[in-house]
Design a protein around this ligand. Structure first.
Ligand SMILES: Cc1cc2nc3c(=O)[nH]c(=O)nc-3n(C[C@H](O)[C@H](O)[C@H](O)COP(=O)(O)OP(=O)(O)OC[C@H]3O[C@@H](n4cnc5c(N)ncnc54)[C@H](O)[C@@H]3O)c2cc1C
Length: 497
């Protein structure tokens, strides 16, 4: 029986392990975290998967309950493969690895069906009916085809961990893979893992699948590759994703590809505390910027909050916040937008770095001790913004409404409404890094390729450490989908090796 070692137990690793086992291999999964402190990025995630479908009703094969009716449901009637690919390509400047992206898109539906049926993942539809009787995504202003996991990332990883255990995968927690050596005559690999307390464990494998994430949790590497200031970003997810798996693959000749100076980084509440805690997960995300304005400590706006649907800007705005003085900004809203905030703002952790006041000067007074250095400028910025809103266009949160400002730098190009209705709110945000974009090249079977694009024998990879999928920006929900598609393929092909 083929012996497979999977390194890293997040979405990609669990999927790969399940698939390899299903295809007859004996599988050991090494996970750096202790079981009691397990916290992969997948665990911390929102559990949102992007998926292509021809008819909304087709999603019945993936989600448990699709009974929903409401005006606007037609907006979700289909999300074809071409739409998925266009959205992904557009936000990455069409630099993405098209072969892999096409494969991920084409396999997205079948893979999620398999995750549901074989992995027991409890998918639900994110489409809800809002207080106006209108069908919309549970994240207002979100765009694209999605399913999400009941219980978010915790629901995802818990169900996959159960499924791999039931299938007979042996998971060893508290094992950080630190060495990978080719077996000269036998083929395959020897994997060395460090155990807690400094011990070492050596495993023999016919094939190895590396799914240990990017290098975002290594402050030094992150700063070296992403640049000045990135040492100051908050890491949103796993403390173990320090790139050591990536390093091992590079050392064995894997081809480095993708946007090594780029990463996924969001507006992240300054109230989040340190990363790596089970409660420090996606609930600190602050992605409702399209419905307000963002202001820095000099009292100035610094980005077009309404450039695109939040789904296509949230992952690049963290970087812009990092370049503001003190790496801090405030998202400013008034009362009429409260219903448009994502759940994270309203009730998941409502106290985190949130200020509220009945007048704008009173709100500014609350920001001063937190670093607002130019109150007059702040008030003028809000005033100028309010006067610049084009009132001839109707506000519509369900589409890119083109309701813009006139004469500002930068302009706000959609969803501009004057901030006039008390109470007023300020959410304090900094830059939260999610994962790095640079990685290694794989083919559609998850085989790791060398610098001449030939497979390195018996070596596979999936998940965050695959390069070439994202440049500058990211389309929400593609990380989990890409990890599952390539993880499943890698498991199947490695099992047959
Ligand atoms: C807060 C947050 C919210 C997110 N929300 C979404 C979302 O809703 N939808 C979406 O598509 N994407 C989302 N993402 C991104 C998504 O989570 C990642 O793209 C995806 O989970 C990566 O999966 P992975 O298996 O590659 O990595 P991970 O899930 O991070 O798994 C890697 C595992 O490898 C382990 N490891 C590291 N080094 C070693 C080693 N040397 N030996 C053994 N084990 C090791 C780590 O402990 C970790 O458990 C989110 C990310 C975060 C942080």
């Amino acid at each position: 029986m083929t012996q497979i070692v999977v390194i890293g137990g997040g979405n990609a690793g669990l999927t790969a392990a399940l698939s390899a086992r299903e295809n007859g291999a004996e599988v050991v999964l090494l996970e750096a975290a202790e079981e009691a402190h397990y916290g992969s990025d997948s665990f911390f995630s929102g559990g949102l998967f992007r998926v292509a479908y021809d008819r909304f009703g087709d999603l019945e094969a993936i989600v448990d309950d699709l009974s929903i009716a409401g005006e606007g449901l037609d907006d979700f009637a289909q999300y074809e493969e071409a739409d998925f690919l266009d959205d992904w390509g557009r936000v990455t400047g069409y630099r993405l690895d098209l072969e892999i992206a096409e494969h991920v898109v084409a396999e997205s539906f079948e893979t999620l069906k398999w995750l549901h049926e074989t992995g027991g993942v409890p998918f639900i539809s994110p489409i809800i009916v809002d207080e106006h009787g209108r069908a919309r995504h549970s994240r207002p202003g979100w765009h694209g085809g999605f399913v999400e996991v009941s219980g978010a990332g915790v629901g995802l990883t818990t169900s996959l961990q159960k499924a791999v255990a039931a299938a007979g995968v042996e998971t060893r927690f508290g094992r950080e893979a630190v060495g990978l050596a080719r077996r000269p005559e036998l083929g395959g690999w020897t994997v060395t893992a460090r155990t807690r307390g400094g011990g070492e464990e050596v495993l023999e494998a016919d094939a190895v699948i590396v799914t240990s994430g990017g290098f975002q949790a290594d402050t030094e590497w992150r700063t070296r590759d992403l640049g000045v200031g990135w040492d100051l970003a908050k890491v949103r997810g796993s403390v173990h994703n320090t790139g050591n798996g990536l390093r091992m693959l590079l050392d064995h000749g894997a081809k480095a590809v993708g946007n090594w100076s780029g990463c996924h980084a969001v507006a992240w509440s300054t109230g989040s505390g340190d990363a790596g805690r089970p409660d420090a997960n996606h609930v600190f995300e602050r992605e409702s910027h399209p419905f307000g304005i963002s202001v820095n400590s000099l009292g100035e706006r610094f980005l077009d909050e309404g450039e695109d649907f939040g789904a296509y800007t949230y992952a690049k705005y963290g970087k812009v916040i990092l370049t503001q003085p003190g790496q801090v900004a405030w998202q400013i809203f008034d009362a009429k937008t409260v219903g448009l905030w994502t759940d994270e703002y309203r009730y998941k952790n409502p106290e985190a770095a949130r200020m509220q006041a009945d007048t704008l000067p009173a709100l500014a007074a609350k920001l001063e001790p937190r670093g607002l250095a130019a109150t007059d400028r702040f008030l003028k910025t809000v005033d100028d913004y309010n006067s610049a809103v084009d009132d001839s266009i109707e506000f519509n949160p369900y589409v890119k409404d083109g309701k813009h400002t006139n004469g500002l730098t930068p302009e706000k190009t959609n969803w501009s409404q004057a901030i006039t209705e008390p109470p007023f709110y300020a959410f304090e945000v900094t830059c939260g890094i999610t994962f790095t974009f640079g990685g290694i090249k794989v083919d559609t079977g998850g085989r790791v390729l060398d610098r001449t694009n030939r497979p390195i024998e018996d070596l596979y990879a999936a998940g965050e450490l695959v390069g070439g999928l994202y440049y500058f920006n990211y389309a929400s929900g593609t990380g989990l989908t890409a990890g599952a598609v390539l993880g499943r393929a890698a498991g199947r092909i490695a099992a047959a090796s």
